[in-house]
Design a protein around this ligand. Sequence first.
Ligand code: C5P
Length: 407
Amino acid sequence: MLIALGVTGGIGAYKAVEVARGLQKRGHEVVAVMTHSATRFVGPATFEAITRRRVITDQFEAGMNADIEHIALASTVDLLLIAPATANIIGKLANGIADDFLSTLYTATRAPVLIAPAMNTQMFEHEAVRKNLDTLAARGARFVAPGEGYLACGWIGKGRLAEPDAIVAAAEAILRPDGPLRGQRVLVTAGPTFEDFDPVRFIGNRSSGRMGYALAAEAARRGADVTLVTGPTALEPPAVREVVKVRGAAEMHRAVMLRAGDMHVVVMAAAVADYAPLECAGQKLPKDGDTLTLVLRKTPDILGDLGHRRVSKGGGPLLVGFAAETENVVAHATAKRENKQADFIVANDVSRSDAGFDVDMNAVTIVGAAGAESLPLQPKSRVAEEILDRVEKLLAARPAEARHGSG
Ligand code: C5P
């Protein structure tokens, strides 16, 4: 995952080098963002050598604003970690002051924020600093508490930057929380697909992506390494290992097939188009006739292909499919489970206006090997929990090599 490591001007800045190294050892990419005063303690070249990336030291460096870098970085980082965080940066973040790259990045990102304060004991205990820390905590920021010990200013007390190992562990706990799905690679598809038939028009559907996004977020909360393959949606993606944005069914098929071999679980919550225009015109289609005929061709059945690959090759990920039905919900879902060789199918009646497509609630029937089980109308986040409870049970019943194998 990509971590923005904010380094501010405290004596503990040298320890941030160890933090960067520790994060990289665990497979993360680190981009260092140094405040001006941090560069007085440690040279940017040190971070550059360790992270093998350009170190950001200035909002107004030449070339910095060509792609509005703080916004570009804000939307791609999985975690903003500030270590050490001085009283000054804590004050700025708490109060929305954005006068340099790091403070601007904080206001621009929606990634989780982890702060490791470091300052003199008196400063740390000052009412203004405490208030700012409380404000940040209430906003969801998390902290690695400073340690007690000998401080650079000669005091003995609380305020010394936490040890790099503790900071790395805290970052890992946010990025890869411990949980029942820890170590499991889970791919979730979400959203509709858009099937273009000219440069400005497409055939789509009313899926909002909420069910798939809720599943991806819940699987990540349970510690899984989550890949979200998403069709076009207006939703903010959850913090997961990888988000792959696709448009049409064929592109989604490629994205899923490429990754499925490495997965322990694939949940196909996307409302994939069943048919797509045979051709996409190079130019906008003119409005010449009273009618317009589009020839559609069946799209590749992603779940079906995964199911059949599993049958022919053996092994393969646990497969969960969805079925959006308007009638005979259980019968259709049961047939779908057989046809696609899925472990279970989550069926919803999309003719209901209070559940299913484009609303926050869902009432589903889960059709598995043992039959059908209807769940009450509940938020999609709860439905995601129910689905993953069943995934966990099925995983536990699988042979150990399928659960822990390299895929
Ligand atoms: O066949 P039907 O579209 O009703 O099946 C729905 C399930 O199959 C969903 O899980 C959906 O994500 C998946 N699907 C697919 N590829 C398609 C169409 C649907 O994987 N082309």
